[in-house]
Design a protein around this ligand. Structure first.
Ligand SMILES: CC(C)(COP(=O)(O)OP(=O)(O)OC[C@H]1O[C@@H](n2cnc3c(N)ncnc32)[C@H](O)[C@@H]1OP(=O)(O)O)[C@@H](O)C(=O)NCCC(=O)NCCS
Length: 157
């Protein structure tokens, strides 16, 4: 399955359930945070999907923190399609949209630092992003034992 046959596009509202299933598959294994379908619906305009032969095989979302800072989150590629360049396509699509918006820095909180290292992200202290901690982390059950790694990339304009 060449990545060239995969379309990366904006998600549609009626795909929220499918997106939720893709992220839940990894949330159940503790690799990602669970993303309730209501939250996906609320933020559907910020979601991208990867489509291959009519099937959704990946997703990711962007979240804005300021006019210069954004996060890539809810990145998941269906297990059987991993390792074929789909995750890279999703991240690059999100970055290109963020660049168009004028965003200067994009960060991720991840348990897959090796992948983001390949994508040009550098590890950084989580405290560098107080906005994130204030907005999301305070309600996270893992708050005091957070095992996610913060990584950042500066976007070229
Ligand atoms: C992480 C994930 C999105 C990567 O997507 P993918 O389609 O498998 O990745 P790609 O095929 O685009 O990989 C790009 C490169 O990163 C490497 N890579 C992928 N996952 C990696 C990992 N966990 N550790 C180290 N390197 C990794 C690939 O080998 C590839 O390297 P290459 O260019 O030298 O061949 C996918 O594996 C996934 O859904 N993981 C589970 C959920 C998750 O961890 N999401 C991230 C939450 S922020």
């Amino acid at each position: 399955m060449p990545a060239t046959e995969t379309i990366i596009r904006n998600a549609r509202l009626n795909e929220a359930e499918q997106i939720s299933r893709m992220t839940d598959a990894y949330a159940g294994k503790g690799i990602m945070l669970k993303r309730p379908v209501e939250s996906i619906i609320e933020h559907i305009r910020n979601f991208f999907v990867a489509e291959y032969q009519g099937q959704l095989i990946g997703c990711c979302a962007v979240a804005f923190y300021s006019v210069k800072l954004a996060e890539i989150r809810s990145l998941a590629v269906v297990d059987e399609f991993r390792g074929r360049g789909i995750g890279s396509l999703l991240v690059r699509k999100a970055e290109s949209v963020l660049t168009e918006e004028g965003v200067k820095e994009v960060f991720v909180l991840t348990l897959s630092p090796g992948f983001f290292d390949k994508m040009g992200y550098k590890q950084i202290e989580k405290e560098y992003f107080p906005q994130k901690i204030w907005r999301d982390c305070t309600n996270c059950p893992k708050l005091m034992a957070c095992d996610e790694i913060a990584m950042v990339r500066t976007l070229n304009h």
